[in-house]
Design a protein around this ligand. Structure first.
Ligand code: FEO
Length: 162
């Protein structure tokens, strides 16, 4: 069955959102590196790579459906943060925003009876649950530690193994 123009446009828009996410996390990685938090910087760098993969997965899906892919401009990300907690809180909120975007795509696919797109999006629904859990979990840990430097460095070491 032919994929609709509105679905193609919505997925192209999501490709942009995934590349924007990648840049946000790459900028966070650079900030954390500068702050001497190498483990957290490494974790964010991996997150950046994952977001590029998310974009590529959508690109390949549109190719499979014979649809036109538009490679987007990427928005300039925020460069500085107050501290590591603010970084991870922002990442957590961003993941919640991305989840809401994925749900809107599912709503559109359902309304159009586009079963192939619904099936493809299931992977993203599951992935978002995991990403919210990961970022939210780190926020909880950092909030529990407050400003305790020793604890923060322990979390930093932990995150270096991602
Ligand atoms: Fe591609 Fe983190 O959502």
């Amino acid at each position: 069955m032919h994929i609709s123009d509105s679905m193609v446009a919505a997925i192209n828009d999501q490709i942009k959102a995934e590349f924007d996410s990648a840049y946000i996390y790459l900028a966070m990685s650079a900030y954390l590196k500068d702050a001497g938090l190498d483990g957290m910087s490494h974790w964010m760098y991996k997150q950046y790579k994952e977001e590029v993969e998310h974009a590529e997965k959508f690109i390949n899906y549109l190719y499979e459906r014979g649809a036109r892919v538009i490679i987007p401009d990427v928005a300039k990300p925020k460069e500085t943060y107050t501290d590591a907690i603010e970084v991870f809180k922002t990442a957590y909120a961003h993941e919640q925003y991305v989840t809401s975007r994925i749900y809107k795509l599912v709503d559109l696919a359902v309304s159009e009876k586009d079963y192939a797109t619904q099936s493809m999006l299931k992977w993203y629904v599951d992935e978002q649950m995991e990403e919210e859990d990961n970022t939210g979990g780190i926020v909880s840990k950092l909030e529990f530690l407050g400003g305790d430097k020793h604890g923060i460095y322990t979390v930093d070491r932990e995150l270096s193994s991602r």
